[in-house]
Design a protein around this ligand. Structure first.
Ligand code: CAA
Length: 383
């Protein structure tokens, strides 16, 4: 077992960290306040190869490993959590199912333009009545004259308003539960496909979160991804990878909160000395640093299993990483506000934003309750 990063991973961390420090961090407050989508950030991440980081060079990807992916998402999120989820949802949720389940033709047509970031992608399984119960999908797809005709609404879709490509689940065979779901690729501009309501969120305010509406939307028969009836399993496989991305995002947010709290604690004087000299503050800093490091190791462990044959271990570790890192991010950002006191509660410092941004990591791509369910069912099977 080697706990050291490779030279390539280390170099990537330094490059993305510099980028985040110089370009993301100074503008994060602006994008949080205006709710504008940070397209300038995405353009630069394209140039760095981050929008297709793990996909093979034959599909224009950067061909790096999944630990590198986790490092990139963490460092981007340390600079700006909204940009972190844009990168994570694009790579893990849209590109991954096309790469793992798409035909050669689908990979050439779609993946090769998504990996360069020329196109941004999104993933739609959530619906007004199908959240944690991902199999409760109501959107339908009916085969008519050589086209799949989709009807229904997806909601809470990250990158929804800016994507050229959406991958979504729909019911193709009613009455057989999750076995009746299939997966489809839909291009922006297809008649009957539109973006609905844009959500006004507590945190990650610069990321686009919208509804996707399908109203007699006809797509070519060949736009089914994988086999008819495999939609639920493709969605679950995809979410395993997505959860590692969100866990990495949570680590990045927590690290940014610790960075700010430590600098503040060394600088802020009360009772005649820096507050960092008080044990009450030191214990908080010790807990924050320890939990962040433990989260990071879980993220690396889960990332190292992506794409391997160990599907069940990977599902379990992805859920563990997401659960622990997101709850750590909540605790760490809470403590960062406590250390800054009144200054932590106002917008002059970024920790109130970190707290708001961290909260959703316990919700999207499966709530903490769902992660516990996945972990428990895997552990129970092991005995
Ligand atoms: N990979 C592949 N197949 C899987 C799998 C996985 N990780 N997990 C389960 N399956 C398979 C099972 O083997 C089973 O197959 P069979 O029918 O052949 O036996 C089938 O799928 C059904 O499995 P379950 O009985 O376990 O399914 P369930 O209905 O009980 O649901 C669940 C399980 C864990 C609760 C699941 O519904 C779930 O993960 N829910 C949460 C959904 C979620 O994370 N939503 C977030 C939306 S995405 C998002 O937030 C978007 C964004 O933009 C950020």
């Amino acid at each position: 077992m080697d706990f050291n990063l490779t030279d390539e991973q280390q170099m990537l961390r330094e490059t993305v960290r510099q980028f985040a420090e110089n370009e993301l961090k100074p503008k994060a407050e602006h994008y949080d306040r205006t709710h504008e989508f940070p397209m300038e950030h995405v353009k630069k991440l394209r140039e760095m190869g981050i929008m297709g980081i793990v996909y093979p060079e034959e599909y224009n990807g950067a061909g790096m490993d999944y630990v590198s992916y986790a490092i990139a998402v963490e460092e981007v999120s340390r600079g700006d959590a909204s940009t972190g989820v844009i990168v994570s949802a694009h790579n893990s949720l849209c590109l991954s199912p096309i790469y793992y389940f798409g035909s050669e033709q689908q990979k050439k047509t779609y993946l090769s333009r998504l990996t360069t970031g020329e196109w941004i992608g999104c993933f739609g399984i959530t619906e007004p009545e199908a959240g944690s119960d991902a199999g409760g999908t109501k959107t339908t797809a009916v085969l008519k004259n050589g086209s799949w005709v989709l009807n229904g609404t997806k909601n809470f879709i990250t990158n929804g308003g800016v994507s050229q490509i959406a991958v979504v689940t729909a019911v193709t065979d009613k009455g057989i539960g999750h076995k009746g779901l299939s997966f489809f690729i839909i291009e922006k501009g297809t008649p009957g496909f539109s973006v609905g309501k844009t959500e006004d969120k507590l945190g990650i305010c610069a990321s686009s979160t919208t509804e996707l509406v399908f109203d007699n939307c006809a797509i070519p028969e060949g736009n089914m991804l994988g086999k008819r009836g495999d939609g639920f399993k493709i969605a679950m496989h995809t979410l395993d990878g997505g959860r590692v991305g969100i866990a990495a995002q949570a680590v990045g947010i927590a690290q940014a909160a610790l960075d700010t709290a430590v600098v503040y604690a060394k600088d802020r004087n009360q009772f005649g000395k820096p507050i960092a000299d008080f044990q009450a503050i030191q214990w908080m800093i010790a807990d924050m640093a320890t939990e962040i490091e433990a989260s990071r190791l879980l993220v690396y462990k889960a990332a190292s299993l992506i794409g391997t044959a160990e599907r069940q271990r990977y599902s379990k570790f992805a859920a563990m990483a997401k659960l622990f890192a997101s709850e750590t991010s909540h605790r760490v950002t809470h403590k960062a506000i406590q250390i800054l006191g009144g200054y932590g509660y106002v917008k002059d410092y970024p920790v109130e934003r970190f707290y708001r941004d961290a909260r959703v990591t316990e919700i999207y791509e499966g709530t903490s309750e769902i992660q516990r369910l996945v972990i428990a069912s895997n552990v129970l099977r092991e005995y």
